[in-house]
Design a protein around this ligand. Structure first.
Ligand code: PHE
Length: 451
């Protein structure tokens, strides 16, 4: 097999992993969840989930990836040959693939809105709901955008780890952070700033139910790209000096800060326009925000034009870096296990995903009547992967690293063969052995009984 390529720098490692984590989930899903689930009360619970469940699971994925330097399926197989643990790896690669199929469609929407925004098509006082619905239910338009988006991902993936993923993450992540900074500063001047920030930061604990806690864990998993083979695959390209704990902390903090900052961008805008409700589901960024941008900047249309354009570029960039990380685990697996060239493997993934993506996209329009358990295919993919398989995969990873793997191996990985002094190692082991799997398990069972 060809020599494996590694990431070239620590910064590259953090930015690539943060690129995976920072995605539509931060911009599109997190503010919606905050809006619906008690504002800062949700943020607090979310932070707790990130620190005590997300970070330990992420470190565990890093341990599995780096100790084997192999794709996720091979990694599990090597660490526990001939056992059913291999399902941990299979789960990762499959979920990455299925999430990718609908993620790419939504990513295509972000590309469309970026283009539409710069062409000034979103500025006229129109019915944004009808605009969005006619776009997503069109049989071909979203598909064209998804294909263009996919080709961008494909080009980056075939360039390899260092020249493709790392180089582009180093370029795109700083750009993304800069855009966020500019938009946050702009939102200071909005009339709804105080109200928006109060809404974001004032806790309403009366809204916290077991389902809200479930949402927080699900959101943390999704937002940190856990249990999907993505971070495990990236970790297989980490060099021997990468500090796994520090990397996991940095990535989680960048991801959480970006998510909260996105709230600082979205809510002041939303509260500047009377009569608009903050938590309006996924339609928030595609239906509410174009309207809000239009009205909030009524007096200075040029500023509205730039704000909205930059916002959709931000959305698109965040989707791009995440999409890359969903492509990679599947490509790496096919490349290494089926012995195809990286180029061919990438093409296989690209084409298969587009085909399934088309099905997802059509299920929002002409095939919307075809439903399984009352959900269209698109929602079904989202529900099954994000709400069911992810928690199960998370439990599997914790149990594997906490109970099955040799403790010395885990210690060597976390401390880089004893070179690092890691004071929290015991706490980490305790969390992956007990806290994380129990918490995920209880919450998951709760979900089954409460709904
Ligand atoms: N973490 C990404 C987000 O917040 C989604 C994602 C999930 C990306 C899994 C890669 C892998 O949108």
């Amino acid at each position: 097999m060809a020599q494996r390529n590694n990431f070239g720098s620590k910064l590259g490692v953090v930015l690539a992993a943060a690129g995976s984590a920072v995605g539509l989930g931060n911009v599109w899903r997190f503010p919606t969840e905050v809006g619906n689930n008690g504002g800062a009360a949700f943020i607090l619970i979310y932070l707790f989930c990130v620190l005590f469940i997300g970070v330990p699971v992420m470190v565990s994925e890093f341990v599995i990836g780096r100790s084997t330097h192999a794709n996720t399926i091979t990694a599990f197989r090597r660490l526990a040959p001939g056992t059913w643990w291999r399902f941990g790896g299979i789960e990762g690669v499959f979920v990455a693939f299925f999430i990718f199929c609908y993620y790419i469609i939504v990513s295509g929407w972000t590309l469309h809105y970026t283009v539409a925004s710069f062409l000034n098509q979103l500025s006229a006082d129109q019915d944004y709901k009808a605009y969005f619905q006619s776009f997503v239910s069109s049989p071909w338009e979203p598909v064209v955008y998804a294909v263009v988006f996919m080709l961008m991902v494909h080009v980056i993936i075939v360039r390899g780890v260092q020249n493709g993923i790392e180089r582009f993450s180093k370029l795109m992540m700083p750009m993304l952070l800069l855009i966020i900074a500019v938009l946050v500063i702009c939102s200071f001047s909005m009339s709804g700033f105080v109200e928006g920030v109060t809404f974001l930061l004032q806790p309403d604990f009366s809204k916290v139910t077991p389902n809200v806690v479930l949402s927080a864990v699900g959101q943390a998993f999704y937002s940190l790209s856990l249990a999907m083979g993505c971070l495990c695959t990236y970790a297989s390209y980490f060099g021997p000096n990468t500090n796994l704990m520090k990397t996991a902390m940095s990535v989680s903090m960048i991801d959480t800060c970006v998510a909260v900052l996105c709230g600082f961008i979205i809510f002041p805008a939303v509260f500047s326009v009377p009569g608009v409700e903050p938590g309006e589901g996924p339609g928030l960024v595609f239906i509410t925000l174009p309207h809000v941008f239009n009205i909030a900047f009524h007096n200075v249309p040029l500023l509205g034009y730039l704000f909205s354009g930059l916002f959709y570029v931000l959305l698109m960039l965040s989707a791009l870096t995440s999409a890359i990380s969903l492509h990679e685990p599947v490509t790496a697996y096919i490349h290494e296990e089926w012995h195809l060239s990286r180029n061919r493997s990438a093409w296989l993934v690209t084409i298969a995903c587009i085909l399934l993506g088309v099905v997802c996209s059509l299920s929002m329009g002409v095939w919307n009547d075809f439903r399984i358990f009352g959900l269209c295919i698109f929602d079904l993919f989202d529900f099954v992967s994000a709400k069911i398989i992810l928690p199960l995969g998370g439990i599997l990873i914790c149990l594997f690293v906490g109970w099955r793997l040799d403790r010395q191996l885990v210690y060597n990985e976390v401390t880089n063969n004893g070179k690092l002094r890691v004071r929290l190692f015991r706490l980490y082991i305790f969390l992956v052995r007990w806290v994380a799997p129990l918490a995920i398990g209880i919450i998951f069972l709760n979900e089954l009984f409460w709904r």
